[in-house]
Design a protein around this ligand. Structure first.
Ligand SMILES: Nc1nc2c(ncn2[C@@H]2O[C@H](COP(=O)(O)OP(=O)(O)OP(=O)(O)O)[C@@H](O)[C@H]2O)c(=O)[nH]1
Ligand SMILES: C[C@H](OP(=O)(O)O)C(=O)O
Length: 200
């Protein structure tokens, strides 16, 4: 099964602009990508722009929209799509995902996105952003495709906002993105009833 990892290197993670500079967001996004590449093994990064940091990885540049990039590949054959901002993924989770049955397998994100997607049907198409998980279920239903929902906490954490960084700093020790954030001074303060993300 071909695995692709969509990646946007330029001005990524804008929902973290309040706590990270653009340079820090670009570094974080790249470290997140490396965590995902580690978990996926054989995979191709599909980057929206050329980036020197990608040298040494298997990658292609495709500047079309996310949906065009992914759907055009679904039309060619079986495909797994793993987003590049899933730091808690590991090889066992990815293997379990790839061996799930169903014409379409959807791994939901915490806030309604589609963190991983597997298609064994050339008639499927994607509709990312703005609650894509619900839209992908609806697309399967309208096309009569048998779909499965993949149940995994580690696959559900994508890095969008501060609450996701908190999850990463709680569960991601040893990950490249965790080390990067720790180097910036981020830590979790457990002294209150709810854990709090802080920066020293
Ligand atoms: N190749 C490609 N990847 C994309 C594109 N847009 C988003 N991605 C990737 O898809 C994943 C999910 O996207 P988002 O959560 O919106 O990430 P983002 O655009 O960096 O973050 P925000 O600015 O907060 O929306 C991330 O891993 C991105 O790297 C795109 O246009 N092309
Ligand atoms: C790509 C998009 O990411 P989100 O903005 O939901 O994190 C989605 O999963 O549909």
């Amino acid at each position: 099964m071909e695995i692709v990892i969509p990646f946007k290197p330029v001005n990524p993670k804008t929902r973290l602009s309040g706590i990270l500079t653009r340079e820090e967001r670009e570094e974080l996004a790249f470290n997140l990508l490396l965590d995902v590449v580690d978990a996926c093994g054989e995979a191709v990064v599909i980057s929206s722009a050329e980036d020197r940091r990608l040298e040494g990885l298997r990658y292609e540049v495709d500047s079309r929209s996310l949906d065009e990039v992914v759907t055009s590949r679904i039309k060619k054959g079986d495909l797994a799509v793993v987003m590049s901002d899933l730091p808690l993924l590991n090889e066992r989770v990815v293997e379990r995902f790839l061996s799930s049955d169903g014409e379409v397998v959807l791994a939901p994100g915490r806030k309604g996105g589609t963190n991983m997607l597997l298609s064994r049907s050339r008639s499927f198409r994607t509709s990312y952003h703005y609650g894509s998980f619900v839209k992908h279920v609806q697309i399967c239903e309208s096309l009569g495709l048998k779909y499965k929902i993949f149940d995994s906490f580690y696959a559900s954490v994508d890095i969008d906002d501060e609450s996701d960084l908190l999850e990463l700093m709680i569960h991601g020790k040893g990950k490249r993105s965790y080390e990067y954030l720790e180097g910036l001074g981020f830590y979790v303060d457990f002294s209150e009833k709810d854990p709090m993300l802080k920066r020293s």
